[in-house]
Design a binder for this molecule. Sequence first.
Ligand code: CMP
Length: 390
Amino acid sequence: MGPVSTDTPDNIHATATTQFLAPVRSRGGEKLVRARGLSHWFGEGELAKQVLFNIDLDIYAGETVILTGPSGSGKTTLLTLIGGLRTVQHGSLRLFGQELRGMARQELVRIRRQIGFIFQAHNLFASLTARENVRMALELDAMPRAEMDRRADTILRRLGLGHRLDYRPDALSGGQRQRVAIARALVREPRLILADEPTAALDGASGREVVTLFQELTREKGCTVIMVTHDNRVLDIADRLVTLVDGRIATNVITQESSVICDFLRHCPIFQHMTPAMLAEVAEKMFVEEFPENALIIRYGEEGDKFYLVREGSVEVLVQGRDDPQTNVVLGPGSFFGETALLTGAPRNATVRAREPVVLYSLGKPEFQQALEGSLPFKEELLRAIVARR
Ligand code: CMP
């Protein structure tokens, strides 16, 4: 089967995004990449082989996202689609707010110029020195030669190559060559850096060093980074880890989020009595969920599966009272809901709706029960809440 040419409608995703989302620090920031229902095939007709299946992915400005997964899982295909180096066949892929699908070639070239590419085979020009290789990236801009040299030298020095400015690639080590490639990708201060296995050819120590320098520089300049790697030694630089398996997103995890959640929990009355170790354990099991205005988060009468804590925004609880058919209770940041059904096993006793766009932390039923068992004060606080809410 070949590619089908219908777009995935956006409204499928409108109710809730129930995966881990962007880190809190960058949420509200610009969405640089937005993929919806993105699929991709290699080959044509009968022989077409699907390599990406219905990918939904958002990447926010300032994030460092690592794309990982077994070889052949579609990571590089996804990276090259995002970079405008392949034609989008099916679904939607927006970069810098513009749809890449069906985009004219000239426009694609313009978009690509806002991206810094770093590839494993770093494509340095063998006949040019480190400085000249980096300067190449600036030659598209109308800039005086002295200024180009100054910028090239500054970034090479920053990457520890001040003593190698006039060396050609064959006189540099693998790690040094990769640092030249990084300097070349960063010197124009692009909004987005796409890196494909930048450490694959390097030994452990230089791989780590290259990535650490890379991370420092991209953070300084506020660049967004998408890096394909299966080098376990560098995964910790990611704000978010996206794992692809057989062309599908298997996990999309915010690696820095649990410490943010932990901080938040510490300030919530019901979690205050937990030990720091217990809090950290709970935080790790929480998901971030975003709901648009008016979304129904909990429906009256349904079975309870999750406990929620309001992180940002507010929700209203539509209580079906005996005397008054509906009473509205508004819950804001730090408040929780959805505990009753989990504690009593009864169906949801109210409907809960987003009054505005909300960010919630959710805890699945088994994890909620584990937290109850681990902390008596937590259970007591929750039971007290039920009594108070009657
Ligand atoms: P649960 O029954 O699991 O799902 C609906 C939730 O609404 C319920 O848990 C409570 O968390 C919340 N809720 C119900 N009644 C009230 C109320 N009077 N005040 C605040 N929250 C309520």
